[in-house]
Write a protein that binds this ligand. Structure first.
Ligand code: SF4
Length: 443
C-alpha cells in the first residue's frame, strides 16, 4: 500500500463515522492519479484502547497507591467486569451484535458508575420499544465511566471526540501546547505513536498531510508530526483544515515548524497538489499556494495567485476506501433525537455547495473562504456522487455538512432523488427560510 501521500486524521474527531476531510482530498487526488492512503487514527486508537487487552493494560497502568475519587475506586474495584464486557459492548456499538441490547437493558450486565446516576427516565425517552437506542445510551454511559477513569487516573487530556482540547484552544500563544509537547508521551500518545509507526512503515509516504479540523485534535496532530520528523525525516509534513483556516491565519511563531513543514489554508486541493510537486522537485517554493513555511527561520506565507483553485465539479467524489468502516461506533450520549444524529449512525458526508448562499449574518466571519466563496453543485452531480458513495461504503445515509444548505438546491436534490428512485436518508443544517414552507416537496 505504498503511496505518495499519507492523509491522517489525528485523535479525536468523531467516533461514529470518519471525519470527511481526507476522504474529500483522496477523491480529488484520484482524479490527478496521485496515490494516497488515508487513516483515521482517532478510531484506531479508540478500538485499541477499548478492548479486552487495552483495558487490562489500562487498569494495570493505574498506580493503585494513589488517592482517587470514590467513583474511580468503584470502577477499579469492578475492573474484571469492565475487562470481560468491553469487547461485547464495542461490537454492539459497531452494529455487529444487536441482540446484546436485551442484556444491556436489563441493567445487570454492565458495571455501573457515576454516569449511570445521571441517567434520565429511560422509559420516557425510549418507550418500551426503543430497546436498541436505550442500550446504546447505556453502553455510551459505560464508556463514559471508563473515560472518567482514564481522565482521573491515567491521562488528564482524554475525552471522547477530543484530546487535549484545552491546550488546542490556547494555541494562539502556543506556549502551553509547546511545553506539553516537550513532555514524555502520555498513555494515549504511546498508543497513537505505535499505530502511526505501523502506518508510516506500510505507506512510506513522501508527504504526510495532517487534517486538523478542531482544537481537540491539534495536540495529537503535532505529536504525529514530531514523531515523523524524528523517526522518518524523509517525509515532509503538511497541516490543514478548519483549525488552521480560522486560528492560524496570522501565524508568526516559528516553533510550530518543529512539528510540521507546511501549513495550508482553505481548500486543500490545489495547495496539496502543489506541495507534492514542490517536494518532488517539480515546482519551486514560490509556486506554493496558500502555504505557510519556514524560510531562514522566519515564517513566510506563499500564495501563488496564478494557480487557481479547482471548482466543485472538478474535485471528484469523496473516497472512503482505506478506513476501517466497520470499526466506528454509534453512541447516544444525549437523549435528544437531534443531538443523537451527530453521534449515532454511519453517515456519508458531502457538501451541497462550497460556501454559504446567505453570507450575511453579522456574527459570522463571512470573510473566510469557506463562507464567502459560494459555489453550489448541481443535483445531478450530487446524486452521481451519492450513488458512488453508496456503492463504496454500503451506507445510504447522508449528512450534508454545509453551514446552511441552499433551499433551491435542496429542492432540486429531493426531486432528483425521487426521479432516480434512490433509497436514501439525508439531513443537513438550514437557515429557516420562508421559501422552505412554500416549497416543501414532502407534503
Ligand atoms: S447562515 Fe451560517 S454560514 Fe451563512 S452567513 Fe449565516 S452564520 Fe454564516
Amino acid at each position: 500500500m505504498a503511496a505518495d501521500i499519507l492523509l491522517i486524521t489525528p485523535p479525536f474527531t468523531q467516533l461514529n463515522t470518519p471525519y470527511p476531510a481526507t476522504a474529500y482530498l483522496k477523491g480529488f487526488l484520484n482524479t490527478k492519479n496521485i496515490s494516497s492512503f488515508q487513516c483515521d487514527l482517532g478510531i484506531e486508537v479508540t478500538v485499541e484502547l477499548f478492548s479486552k487487552k487495552g483495558l487490562a493494560q489500562l487498569f494495570a497502568a493505574i498506580d493503585t497507591t494513589g488517592t482517587f475519587s470514590e467513583n474511580a475506586q468503584r470502577i477499579i474495584a469492578l475492573k474484571d467486569d469492565y475487562i470481560h464486557t468491553i469487547d461485547a459492548v464495542m461490537q454492539f456499538l459497531q452494529g455487529k451484535n444487536p441482540t446484546l441490547a436485551h442484556q444491556i437493558c436489563k441493567r445487570g450486565f454492565l458495571p455501573e458508575a457515576s454516569r449511570f446516576a445521571q441517567i434520565e427516565d429511560l422509559s420516557w425517552a425510549f418507550g418500551s420499544m426503543g430497546i436498541q437506542d436505550k442500550a446504546k445510551h447505556l453502553a455510551t454511559m459505560y464508556l463514559e465511566d471508563i473515560s472518567d477513569l482514564i481522565k482521573e487516573c491515567i491521562d488528564e487530556h482524554f475525552g471522547f471526540s477530543r484530546y487535549a482540547e484545552k491546550l488546542g484552544r490556547t494555541a494562539n500563544s502556543f506556549d502551553e501546547l509547546y511545553a506539553a509537547l516537550q513532555k514524555e508521551y502520555t498513555y494515549i500518545d504511546s498508543i497513537l505513536i505505535k499505530i502511526l509507526e505501523q502506518r508510516i512503515k506500510e505507506v512510506q509516504p513522501q508527504l504526510v498531510c495532517l487534517s486538523i479540523p478542531f482544537p481537540g485534535n491539534l495536540y495529537a496532530g503535532l505529536r504525529c508530526g514530531q514523531w515523523i520528523k524524528q523517526h522518518f525525516p524523509a517525509a515532509k509534513i503538511g497541516m490543514g483544515g478548519g483549525f488552521p483556516n480560522t486560528e492560524l491565519r496570522s501565524l508568526s511563531d516559528a516553533r510550530v515548524f518543529e512539528f510540521v513543514d507546511f501549513i495550508t489554508l482553505d481548500d486543500g486541493e490545489a495547495p496539496v497538489e502543489n506541495l507534492l510537486q514542490h517536494i518532488k522537485g517539480n515546482k519551486s517554493r514560490e509556486e506554493l499556494k496558500r502555504t505557510f513555511t519556514l524560510v531562514n527561520n522566519k515564517v513566510v506565507y506563499i500564495n501563488n495567485t496564478a494557480c487557481t483553485d479547482y471548482r466543485q465539479g472538478q474535485a471528484g467524489t469523496p473516497d472512503y476506501s482505506d478506513f476501517f468502516l466497520d470499526h466506528y461506533i454509534s453512541a447516544i450520549e444525549i437523549i435528544n433525537p437531534m443531538h443523537s444524529l451527530w453521534s449515532d449512525g454511519r453517515w456519508n458526508k458531502l457538501t451541497m455547495a462550497h460556501g454559504c448562499y446567505w453570507g450575511r449574518c453579522t456574527f459570522c466571519d463571512i470573510s473566510l473562504d469557506y463562507i464567502k466563496n459560494y459555489e453550489p453543485l448541481t443535483a445531478h452531480i450530487l446524486c452521481d456522487r451519492m450513488e458512488e458513495m453508496i456503492a463504496q461504503t454500503g451506507q445510504n445515509g447522508f449528512h450534508f455538512v454545509d453551514e446552511a444548505a441552499p433551499p433551491a438546491l435542496m429542492r432540486s436534490l429531493a426531486i432528483e432523488i425521487i426521479k432516480r428512485k434512490m433509497v436514501v436518508s439525508w439531513w443537513t443544517n438550514i437557515r429557516f427560510e420562508k421559501v422552505l414552507q412554500e416549497t416543501c416537496v414532502c407534503c
